[in-house]
Design a protein around this ligand. Structure first.
Ligand SMILES: Nc1ncnc2c1ncn2[C@@H]1O[C@H](COP(=O)(O)OP(=O)(O)OP(=O)(O)O)[C@@H](O)[C@H]1O
Length: 344
């Protein structure tokens, strides 16, 4: 049985004379032990969806079960008990500035009426888990962004939750610190078996740690599946934009291939898309040996996603027209995606 299950879940906000459909008939399930990412641009409905999962918002329609409990049926006291199984971390950490690191971590333990000596012991254990040994008496203001988020993570884990919800947890951090925090989340998932649901507007976060992804737009989940599948065969326009964000971080032009074709006029410009294990094969050198063409890589990026490789290369092929055609056909036969400038 799934740990989290949503069936046609809808959330509407009534404001003045208007109704805002923030979450629109959403279906998905999260299995125990998974890291499930929800990606979408601002206003897509991600935060609202996350808040539905821990009962901070009530569903307007649909069925939402978490940990085998239907949230809509819980009474106030049951809801408080239910929330103990769910930790949450935030983009801006939400730490108490007048409390030390250790006191911040102990807060949920105080609320759960854990005896003082046990609170201290547990907080020290958590400090060690998140790699902040010795910083317990510091104040949040004395810590770096990454360290603050580590405190946020320690606090969220204090009551041994089954589920950790992450609300844009790395959006305020620089790229290196982002990767360190993502690594910590991955470790928590693997070592403690905590199921993680995260929301983000960065495909990078999804690629780094998620097993599954759901793409959200205007309140709807428009596409979902294994990260690798969604990455390699994006169907919806919004998903393609996220994939593009990852593959060509430094190119902003709408039409990348046209841009290159104007700047490289010698040969034919093609975009080769490698999916899964194919990218590990030395296919480029094979083609160069087999056909009378030269291939130069103009731009490219190959990435590892869950032990498979995925990537796009933009190449310029020079040689006789017929040889170029044959070389491109060879790529297609090998399962490489080929898109050529000027071809329909
Ligand atoms: N409490 C509320 N009352 C009224 N409208 C709301 C409320 N919360 C969210 N909304 C609206 O619901 C829609 C979805 O917002 P939500 O914050 O869930 O999106 P998001 O994808 O998380 O975007 P962001 O990253 O900008 O927060 C928006 O139109 C927002 O204005």
């Amino acid at each position: 049985m799934s740990l989290i299950s949503l069936k046609k879940v809808t959330k509407r906000f009534e404001v003045k004379n208007d109704t805002i459909l923030a979450v629109d008939q959403v279906d998905f399930t999260v299995e125990e032990g998974e890291i499930f990412g929800i990606v979408g641009y601002s206003g897509a409905g991600k935060s609202t969806l996350l808040r539905l999962l821990n009962g901070l918002e009530e569903t307007t329609e649909g069925r939402l079960t978490v940990n085998q409990q239907e949230i809509a049926h819980l009474k106030a006291k049951e809801l408080r008990q239910f929330r103990k199984d769910i930790g949450m971390i935030f983009q801006h950490f939400n730490l108490l500035w007048s409390r030390t690191v250790l006191e911040n971590i102990m807060l949920p333990l105080e609320l759960a009426k854990v005896p003082a000596d046990k609170r201290c012991e547990r907080a020290e254990e958590l400090l060690h888990l998140v790699g902040l040994d010795g910083r317990g008496s510091a104040y949040p203001g004395q810590l770096s962004g990454g360290q603050k988020q580590r405190v946020g993570i320690a606090r969220a884990l204090a009551n041994h939750p089954k589920i950790l919800l992450c609300d844009e947890a790395t959006s305020a951090l620089d790229p290196q610190t982002t990767d360190e925090v993502l690594q910590l989340l991955k470790q928590i998932n693997q070592d403690l078996g905590v199921t993680i649901v995260l929301i983000t507007h960065e495909m990078h976060v999804i690629r780094k740690i998620c097993h599954k992804v759901a793409v959200m737009e205007e309140g709807k989940i428009v596409e979902q599946g294994n990260v690798m599948e969604v990455f390699s065969h994006p169907k919806e326009e919004v998903t393609k934009r996220f994939v593009q964000q990852e593959t060509f971080p430094e190119v902003v032009e709408e039409n990348t291939l046209d841009y290159f074709s104007k700047n490289y006029t010698q040969g034919k410009i093609a975009q080769l898309t490698f999916r899964g294990e194919k990218s590990k094969h030395p296919i480029l050198s094979q083609v160069i040996k087999e056909f009378d063409v030269d291939i130069s890589v103009i731009q490219g990026q190959i990435q590892e996603i869950n032990h498979s490789s995925f990537g796009t290369l933009i190449v310029e092929l020079t040689g006789e027209e017929e040889e170029i055609r044959a070389a491109l056909n060879k790529f297609i036969l090998e399962g490489v995606g080929v898109e050529v400038v000027g071809d329909e």
